[in-house]
Design a binder for this molecule. Structure first.
Ligand code: NAD
Length: 283
C-alpha cells in the first residue's frame, strides 16, 4: 500500500545487487511512495547482478561507482542531482564486504591489508559519501541519510569476523557526522541495525542458516525481513521522523534486548550432547 510518504523527494540508493538485496526492496518501496532516485553499485556488481532490471522497474538511471572511491562519489552525487533535477532528500548506504570473510581468515589471524579494505568499503565509504555530499551542498534541509548495520557492532557473534569492527565504525560515523550535519543543515543521519536476512552478503556469514534460526527463536517478533526493513527505511526517509538523528535503530524483532528465550532454550536442550570435552576450545 502506498501512502505517498516520499512524494517529491529525491535520493540515491547504494547496494541493490539482486532481488534479495535490502536496497532492492527499499528502491521498490521508495518508488511506490513517490520518490525519484538513482541507483548505484560497483561496476562488477552491475555486470553480475540485476540492478538494470530494477532501474527499468523504477524508471530510473544506474550510475556505476565504487563507494570507497571519492572521485566516483563526486561524479555520482553531482550526476544524481543533475538527473533528478535538484538537491537530494535521502541516501541509503547498503554496502558491506569483507575480503577476510571471503578468504576464510580467522579473526585472530586477520590479514591487515584486507582489514583496511573491509573498513574502507563497509564503513569509511559512509563518511566519504557524507563528506562529498556536504562539500557539494547536495542535501536539502531535513534530508535523511541511513546506513545498514548489525548487532555484532555491540556484541560478539561467532563468524561475523572483521565486519563487526566495520559496523562499530559505521555506527560511530553516523553519530559523529550526524552532529555536524544536523547542526549545520538539519540533516539527520542514522543506522538501522537489521536482523540477519538471507541476501548475498548475509549468506557469506559463517553458518548463516544457524544464525537465522537462533535469531528467529530469540526474537519475540521473529526476524525482520528485507521487506520490513524497507518499510522502516521509508519511514526514516519521510517527514514523520524529522527529529530522529545520530541513532542506531534496532530493527530486529526484539532480538537485541533478549538474553534467552524459551524457544531457543528448548532447541538448545534438544541438540545438547551428553558429554563434552571440557578442554576443547570452541572458536
Ligand atoms: N543480510 C544480513 O543478514 C544483514 C543484516 C544486517 C545488516 N546488513 C547490511 O545490509 C547492507 C546490505 O546488504 P544485503 O544484506 O542487502 O546484501 P547484498 O549483498 O545484496 O548487498 C551488499 C551490496 O554492497 C555492494 N558493494 C560491495 N562493495 C561495494 C563498493 N566498493 N561500492 C559500492 N557498493 C559495494 C554490493 O555490490 C552489494 O550490492 C550491508 O551493509 C549489510 O552489512 C545485512
Amino acid at each position: 500500500m502506498s501512502y505517498n510518504l516520499l512524494k517529491g523527494k529525491r535520493g540515491i540508493i547504494f547496494g541493490a545487487l539482486n532481488e534479495h538485496s535490502i536496497a532492492w526492496k527499499v528502491a521498490e518501496r521508495a518508488y511506490e511512495e513517490g520518490a525519484t532516485f538513482t541507483l548505484t553499485n560497483v561496476p562488477v556488481a552491475l555486470r553480475m547482478g540485476e540492478t538494470q532490471k530494477l532501474a527499468e522497474k523504477c524508471n530510473t538511471e544506474v550510475i556505476a561507482a565504487d563507494a570507497a572511491n571519492v572521485e566516483d562519489l563526486e561524479m555520482l552525487i553531482s550526476r544524481s542531482v543533475e538527473v533528478l533535477g535538484g538537491k537530494l532528500d535521502f541516501i541509503l548506504h547498503s554496502i558491506g564486504m569483507s575480503p577476510n570473510v571471503r578468504k576464510g581468515k580467522h579473526y585472530s589471524e586477520l590479514d591487515y591489508d584486507l582489514l583496511e579494505k573491509t573498513l574502507d568499503v563497509s564503513a569509511i565509504s559512509f563518511h566519504k559519501v557524507l563528506q562529498v555530499a556536504r562539500k557539494q551542498d547536495a542535501l536539502n534541509q531535513w534530508a535523511s541519510v541511513l546506513a545498514l548495520s548489525y548487532v555484532a557492532a555491540q556484541r560478539t557473534f561467532y563468524g561475523y569476523n572483521d565486519m563487526a569492527d566495520a559496523k562499530a565504525l559505521l555506527e560511530s560515523i553516523a553519530r559523529s557526522f550526524g552532529y555536524i550535519y544536523g547542526r549545520e543543515r538539519n540533516v539527520r543521519i542514522n543506522t538501522i541495525s537489521q536482523s540477519p536476512t538471507p541476501t548475498t552478503a548475509g549468506n557469506g556469514i559463517k553458518m548463516f542458516d544457524n544464525l537465522l534460526d537462533f535469531s528467529e527463536r530469540m526474537s519475540p517478533l521473529g526476524n525482520a525481513s528485507a521487506d520490513e526493513c524497507a518499510d522502516y527505511c521509508i519511514v526514516m526517509f519521510s517527514d514523520l521522523t524529522r527529529k530522529v538523528t545520530m541513532q542506531n535503530l534496532f530493527h530486529d524483532g526484539g532480538f537485541s534486548s533478549m538474553g534467552m528465550s524459551l524457544r531457543a532454550m528448548e532447541q538448545y536442550k534438544k541438540g545438547c550432547p551428553e558429554e563434552e570435552d571440557p578442554n576443547h576450545i570452541y572458536d
